[in-house]
Design a protein around this ligand. Structure first.
Ligand code: SER
Length: 319
């Protein structure tokens, strides 16, 4: 029986990954950990541990006793919140990772997953089709923590043989959980506003294109990466991982294909500066080559699914 632990299980990605892992391995084979209880009934059918991922002693105890085959370490502070609390972000993002890597070094875990981000790229990186080995030039605290994390992952793999795998996620868009504190969060909120016939005021400018991905693609890709044979994983920092690229104006246009009256305004705030430092699109040929990654869902398909799902949620919560 495969036993899996998801740390940071209450977050946007955590909830979605837990649902997919439950479907794959069974509810009893998945354990969850977070400092807050996940707001999802199905997710809570798995065993929940109240756990602070920065607490070295408790993490060591849980990971030694748990003998998990796979640990997904997702606890992190995202880009916009990290700019407001830089030292707290560094503390959380680094300690949580190092606690898990240490457990890997001790031999208590077989495989580790840790998410990196497009935030490792910055002003010195090319804007379009960023290659796998492009200059990392993060200008945010979040990006600096992800860049450092990537090198810690490679270090633990090379020095201690820890089988740690990672993806540089673009903005993730799904309907089963909410994001929080990120620069790409607008691309989830916009659908919730649209189905309620509310105008949406976007905190990024109209033509700020960014790399994005539909959650179902992201979760499938993550599970495929973790299922690949270890010797096929040739990138031990983190893989470029690409789905689509669009701007707020483009997602607004794709919503108007279904809801012609949808109104979109722009009021860029502090998050615009973060977005401007990131690339528009990513080249993920290394992931395609090494473990057969294939993105399947484009903007128009995603808009269709998001509008249907958000509409169903609105009906459910108002009835
Ligand atoms: N979605 C993340 C953020 O906006 C990027 O990794 O912070």
């Amino acid at each position: 029986m495969s036993k899996t632990l998801v740390i940071g299980a209450s977050g946007q990605l955590g909830i979605e990954l837990v649902l997919a892992l439950q479907a794959k391995h069974g509810v009893g084979s998945v354990h969850l950990a977070d400092i807050r209880v996940p707001e999802n009934e199905q997710v809570l059918k798995s065993h929940f541990l109240h756990l602070d991922a920065t607490d070295e002693e408790t993490m060591a105890k849980v990971l030694e006793e748990g003998r998990y085959v796979e640990v997904y370490q997702l606890a992190a502070m995202l880009s916009a919140t990290s700019e407001k609390k830089p030292l707290a972000a560094w503390d959380l993002n680094m300690k949580s990772l190092l606690n898990v890597l240490e457990a890997g070094r001790e031999g208590w875990i077989e495989r580790v997953f840790w998410p990196s981000s497009i935030a490792v790229f910055g002003p010195g990186t090319p804007k379009k089709n960023v290659p796998q080995d492009a200059l990392l030039d993060p200008s945010t605290v979040y990006g600096i923590s992800k860049q450092s994390g990537e090198y810690w992952c490679r270090y633990y793999h090379e020095k201690f043989g820890v089988d740690v795998r990672s993806l540089r996620y673009p903005g993730l868009i799904g309907h089963r959980s909410n994001p929080g504190g990120g620069t790409t969060d607008y691309a989830v909120e916009i659908y919730d506003f649209a189905v309620q016939d509310l105008p949406y005021s976007c905190f990024l400018k109209a033509d700020q294109a960014l790399p994005m991905m539909f959650m179902d693609d992201a979760v499938r890709g993550t599970l495929e990466l973790m299922a690949a044979p270890s010797d096929s994983i040739r990138v031990r920092t983190s893989y470029n991982f690409s789905g689509m690229s669009f701007s707020p104006a483009e997602v607004g246009e794709s919503i108007r294909q279904h809801l012609p009256e949808f109104e979109l305004e722009y009021a860029p705030d502090h998050r615009q500066e973060i977005a401007s430092s990131w690339p528009e699109s990513i080249d993920d040929i290394a992931a395609i080559h090494d473990w057969a990654w294939e993105s399947r869902i484009d903007l128009s398909e995603m808009t269709k699914v998001m509008l249907e799902a958000c509409r169903a949620k609105t009906i459910h919560t108002t009835s």
